[in-house]
Write a protein that binds this ligand. Structure first.
Ligand code: HPA
Ligand code: ZN
Length: 326
């Protein structure tokens, strides 16, 4: 239909994609073989059968197991390149990739391998696909602030290879306040600041991400629907929210897409964007997220235009690039 082609062809940004979450089962097995590793799963089917999650933690356990096959710069480049091809097919013109260095350095993979591979894939995305791509380094919130701080120290050797920092992994029990000092330091360094908040954790975490961490965007933020005061604040400040509908259903944040509050949030004037989060695990890339959400919530052309425009405006691309796309 006309709406479906519009969803594909309209220029849009993807602002919430964990590149390790784009690792397809087939590539997990190919990389394991290339690196001479044996997985605890005998084959692709058995691995895929494990993709039935009851909450964020049950997903994270499998996601970290999948990421364990990444060892060399070439592995990171191949993973990101596969994502860029999918993004191109979905009409993505700008993407800001999250990656989790601590997941790799803790296994003895040098930070240099992560940066070299991802940097090269981003460069090829620009030159070969016309996609503007940058990296956002995420700290794992289940680890200590000291661990985040020393990861930052090491990453500063690659300061030109990433534009900002984020905060991901297990949300409940790991409030934004835990990372106040590392965010203050990143702010002084001129890094862009985002954080996951209000995915499973309470609306309070969204407020402290804004007030204590001083983030410029909230990743997820769907628990804001439980706080009218916060909804008002978000509508007035237009702080962007990178919402991930298929992820929210797979992690049982909402029962199904028809129950998702995205339309309600848009109608309340929030700067909502649609994103895929971990597409290899949640059953769809960016366009799948748009199409399935539009079907379930009966959205139309006006919503499509608004969501694409929000995504471009909310991106950390240059003003001249934004003007060019919008
Ligand atoms: N939430 C928190 N951490 C994550 C996610 C997520 O959705 N995906 C990958 N790491
Ligand atoms: Zn996420």
């Amino acid at each position: 239909s006309r709406l479906m082609s519009f969803l594909r062809e309209m220029p849009k940004a993807e602002l919430h994609i964990h590149i390790e979450g784009s690792l397809e089962p087939e590539l997990i097995f190919a990389l394991a073989e290339r690196n001479g590793m044996r997985l605890v799963y005998p084959d692709v089917q058995t691995l895929k059968a494990g993709y039935a999650f009851k909450d964020l933690q049950s997903f994270l356990d499998i996601y970290y197991a999948g990421a364990s096959v990444l060892r060399t710069a070439q592995d990171f480049e191949d993973m990101a390149w596969a994502y860029f091809l999918r993004a191109k097919a979905d009409g993505v013109v700008r993407t800001e990739l999250f990656f989790d260095p601590q997941t790799h350095t803790s296994r003895g993979v040098p930070l240099k391998a992560c940066f070299a591979g991802l940097r090269e894939a981003c460069r090829r995305a620009r030159t070969k696909l016309g996609i503007s791509a940058d990296l956002i380094l995420c700290f794992l919130r289940h680890l200590s602030e000291e661990d985040a701080m020393s990861t930052l120290d090491d990453a500063l050797a690659f300061r030109n290879d990433f534009i900002g920092i984020g905060l991901d992994s297990s949300e409940k029990g790991n409030p934004p306040e835990k990372f106040a000092r590392v965010y203050a330091r990143c702010r002084e360094l001129g890094l862009r600041l985002v954080a996951h908040a209000g995915e499973e954790g309470p609306a309070d975490y969204i407020e402290s991400a804004l007030d204590v961490l001083k983030v410029e965007r909230i990743d997820h933020g769907v628990q804001s629907i439980h706080s009218p005061a916060l909804m008002l604040r978000l509508s007035q400040t237009k702080i962007p929210l990178t919402v991930c509908p298929l992820s929210n259903v797979k992690l049982c944040v909402f029962r199904d897409l028809a129950d998702h509050p995205l339309a309600q949030m848009l109608d309340a004037g929030l700067c909502v964007t649609i994103n895929s989060d971990d597409p290899a695990y949640f059953g769809g890339y960016l366009l799948d997220n748009y199409v399935q959400t539009f079907r379930a919530l009966n959205l139309g052309m006006e919503h499509a235009y608004q969501l694409a425009r929000n995504s471009l405006l909310a991106s950390f691309a240059s003003d001249s690039d934004k003007q060019h796309w919008i």
